[in-house]
Design a binder for this molecule. Structure first.
Ligand code: SAM
Length: 232
């Protein structure tokens, strides 16, 4: 039997191109986005909490950085800020946003599933702010998590906030397959806590804290799964 063709991933590039032409700055400025700043609330909770204290100035890698909004929030705590995204227009936006904010940050085009250009053990914190649910194929999620572990120094931290199937989730309205929890477009994946934790353990992470965060701006879209894990 012939192998199934790979699912087409959501092509973010045209979305960033279009929002950039309209003067937008990041993913939340795309056409049809809910009018909210909910996207960074979980990350702000990480920054305000106890987990990053006592670790000195941080080397931070933001994967799927978009316009760099998550990365730039870490600037006051960072000695090095790197953001990667597979969309060149997102990286152009991130560079402009960093320049406007007067923040020295490095933004590069790279695929989350193959972060080979970056040095092993060179980061204290890796961020996934709503990127992992774009990696529909289990092997791509595993490759990203293995890369994150390789890039972190011992006891370095991985922050992830990703869409989950927990909470109120309207499968029909969102076109989600109830068996695979992949959208009909094949572009988004709603994980479960068990599945993500299995993937984290396989990649060599120990869970430090985890909770669900309802999406106040998107009713019936499932809760976000907020996770902080440490390189084992
Ligand atoms: C929902 S947006 C979030 C953007 C940003 N993290 C934020 O919080 O504003 C998802 C981002 O992940 C990026 N992305 C999706 N798949 C990717 C991949 N395989 N490698 C790198 N970036 C990816 C998209 O281009 C997009 O910028």
């Amino acid at each position: 039997m012939a192998a199934a063709p790979p699912r087409p991933y959501y092509d973010h590039e045209p979305v960033y191109r279009e929002l950039r032409e309209r003067g937008g700055e990041g993913w939340d400025d795309r056409a049809g986005a809910p009018p909210s700043d909910d996207s960074y609330q979980g990350l702000d909770e990480l920054i305000a909490g106890p987990w990053l204290r006592g670790r000195g100035a941080l080397a931070v890698l933001d994967v799927g950085t978009g316009g760099g909004q998550a990365a730039l929030r870490l600037a006051p705590l960072a000695r090095r800020l790197v953001g990667v995204d597979y969309s060149p227009s997102a990286i152009a936006l991130a560079r402009n946003n960093a320049a406007d904010a007067g923040v020295a940050a490095e933004f590069r085009v790279a695929d989350a599933a193959s972060l080979v250009e970056l040095d092993a053990g060179s980061f204290d914190l890796v961020l996934d702010n709503h990127m992992l649910h774009c990696l529909v194929e289990p092997e791509h999620r595993a490759a990203f998590l293995r890369s994150a572990r390789r890039l972190l120094r011992p006891a370095g931290l991985l922050f992830s906030e990703t869409m989950s199937r927990h909470g109120e989730l309207d499968l029909t309205a969102l076109g989600i397959d109830p068996q695979t929890f992949v959208s009909a477009s094949g572009r988004r994946f709603w994980t479960s806590r068990e599945s993500l934790n299995e993937e984290l353990a396989q990649a060599g992470f120990t869970l430090l804290e985890q909770r669900y965060r309802p999406q106040t701006d998107r009713p019936a879209a499932g809760d976000l799964l907020w996770t902080l894990a440490q390189r084992s």
